[in-house]
Design a protein around this ligand. Sequence first.
Ligand code: DSN
Length: 422
Amino acid sequence: MQALQSTDPELFELIRREERYQRDSLRLIPSENYVSQAVLDASGSVLQNKYSEGYAGRRYYEGQRYIDKIEALACERAKALFGAEHANVQPYSGSPANLAVYCALLQPGDAIMGMALPHGGHLTHGWDVSMTGRFWRPVRYGVTRETGRIDMDEVRAIALRERPKIIVAGATAYPRQFDFAAFGAIAREVGAHFLADISHIAGLVVAGAHPSPLPHAAVVMTTTHKTLRGPRGAMILCTEALAEAIDKTVFPGLQGGPHNQTTAAIAVALREAATPEFRAYGQQIVRNAQALAEELLARGFDLVSGGTDNHLILIDLTNKGVIGKKAAKALDRAGIVCNYNTVPFDPRKPFSPSGIRLGTPSVTSRGMRETEMRQIAAWMDAALHQVDDEEALKRIAGEVRAFCRAFPAPGLTVAEAAATVV
Ligand code: DSN
């Protein structure tokens, strides 16, 4: 980044510090990852310079001879990888992609049935602070208090009563698998569209570590930067029957020109995801999450639903006597990055909830395995018993830093000699 260094040393230094921070900490936010250098190369390429409103072969701009090929490649790879009839890779991210699906398939005021945010759902699944909960009528399902899992009989009863026009299966904080076949059957029974939002688990689906929503869902949305390990973006996969409505809604309905550098980086990530190495990676993410969960359980942590089937763990810290926000901040000072999170039936407010959320995609990208997960649990346990002891947190951060050096992260180039932890 020599050009950046000479043009804008201040900004250069901030990026360098962020890079060192990503190198020297254990990143356990389940929606984050490390992309490959190849994905970074495509993201930072001259494709940034182009405007390309329209779709491959049908643009409103000349000069698209290479852009058309790049977008077609991304679409073909997406279709092949997920077994979809049609792919749109232009949505800027997950929230606009979900909005596009609703605008394409619903009328204003129709009902969207999604998982409640405090139970693990996403804002854009019809939560009331999101426009998706204002322009459409929200209908919610959640998990049961006893099991922390979705009860499909309850989902069916709600759907029969409320008659939603779309049912969304997907989450940001649900540690168990979705029964996509059952969601599909319920949607068919009540005459609703079925949208599977697999943003968190797309990489697991590709790796065969989570069942695929295809062919149960006519529309599948995923962001591309979580377990799929691509750039920040999104795509919508759907049947041929819905393709025209989806495409027209993304452009010109909601967006202008696609971000071609992101499209290219998505294509690269999809190529990487089609390899046996990625399959092994996806399987290891789940094994790592389960090893981390087992060790945390052994240390007396209360895990929502008692464990995990995927990449994610949700801890209710009530029995540890520390609130989620304080815990997440202390862990960050100890070199372990996670986020505070509501737990189902949380008596506390979302900005200071009872839990924290962890995930294993990033640490698995560094080559860490089950043994390392047990060590991470030990550091977490130690840090959470000493949230006010700055010396103890600093000591753990030093150990974490030394440990991380043995597991180089993809895409990070910062020189070892320049190591200064911030
Ligand atoms: N905010 C993302 C997450 O962290 O899960 C989902 O959009």
